[in-house]
Write a protein that binds this ligand. Sequence first.
Ligand SMILES: Cc1cc2nc3c(=O)[nH]c(=O)nc-3n(C[C@H](O)[C@H](O)[C@H](O)COP(=O)(O)OP(=O)(O)OC[C@H]3O[C@@H](n4cnc5c(N)ncnc54)[C@H](O)[C@@H]3O)c2cc1C
Ligand code: SF4
Length: 339
Amino acid sequence: MNNISYTKAHSVQEAINNVMENDHAKFVAGGTNLIDLWKYNLMRFNALVDVNHVEGHHAIKEKEDGSLRLGAFAKNADTAYHRLIEERYPLLSKAILAGASAQIRNMATNGGNLLQRTRCYYFYDEHTPCNKREPGTGCSAIDGYNRMHAILGTSENCIAVFPSDMCIALAALDAAVNISGADGERILPFTDFHRLPGDTPHVDNNLQHGEIITSIDLPAKGFAKNYSYLKLRDRNSYAFALVSVATGLELEGDTIKEARIALGGVAHKPWRVKEGEDFLKDKTASRQNFADAAEIILQGATTYKFNSFKIELAKRAIIRNCMMALNPETQLPGAQPSK
Ligand SMILES: Cc1cc2nc3c(=O)[nH]c(=O)nc-3n(C[C@H](O)[C@H](O)[C@H](O)COP(=O)(O)OP(=O)(O)OC[C@H]3O[C@@H](n4cnc5c(N)ncnc54)[C@H](O)[C@@H]3O)c2cc1C
Ligand code: SF4
């Protein structure tokens, strides 16, 4: 039996202080990932600091420059169904609603979503070697059953994928993460928040112990007219993505002025390739051009024994999703949120 102390924090500073004073303390928000990890004996802590009562970071607020601030402690469901998100960032709404279940989205918070851990089955099995769980023990997935694993940005130490849906849309939208810690506040561009495994696969992101995510900023440009989120998975609900794609297009007639394409289910972090997006600039919005961009985006992909299908799947997903973004009303039933 492990004794765990529980404290409710009412301010950001109180939450930071409580975690900073104890190397084995953790923040808890919705608890939908943390408590599972604790029950599986994968995450150990002796103190929980509940951030749900911290004031000032639950709302979704419009800023003067037209950008939007998402409180870190707002629930995923409240975010997805918020009027401003539905109207101006439907890509984000759709990505959130493609994830988990209604019950989990009612509990899960925006900050917690960024920090959820991989779903690699070996990571969850404490009887198998895993560099992410126990650094230096080896990676069971590389020569094991690696159907769900990464094809981009992998290392010889870890080929896990980051499982979030919400974060794939946030990466496409060029969001930024607001962080507070003992040394003050800092902002990280979304694409710099999560890390590749390299030789430190146990470190998922660039947040330090005691730092708390207070909010996520969305730039004013939301690609609300031409967007699509496509999640391909083994079951049509309650399953993590094998491959997912978030697309936002800015069009003038049938010419692409700007393209954003982020991939999920293929890497240790949301995956964007600037060259692939730049290739589409000032080109006609055609299947062939999307196919050429997909080739660029998948360049350098590495596959393992059971996941070579992911390269073709990702290319086809990019093409299909970009075509759907031309006419968001035609989105396929499989891509619709389960309310
Ligand atoms: C059965 C199941 C299916 C799921 N399916 C999907 C899916 O298909 N797609 C998807 O995207 N997600 C899915 N999820 C994951 C779910 O979205 C995450 O569990 C959830 O978003 C985590 O949020 P939380 O508030 O519950 O975090 P918690 O579990 O409370 O915390 C997670 C981690 O974040 C830390 N933390 C929390 N908030 C902060 C903060 N503000 N600042 C700093 N640290 C913080 C905690 O210390 C902890 O380490 C699924 C989860 C389950 C259980
Ligand atoms: S892929 Fe990463 S998480 Fe999975 S077994 Fe290998 S080291 Fe562990």
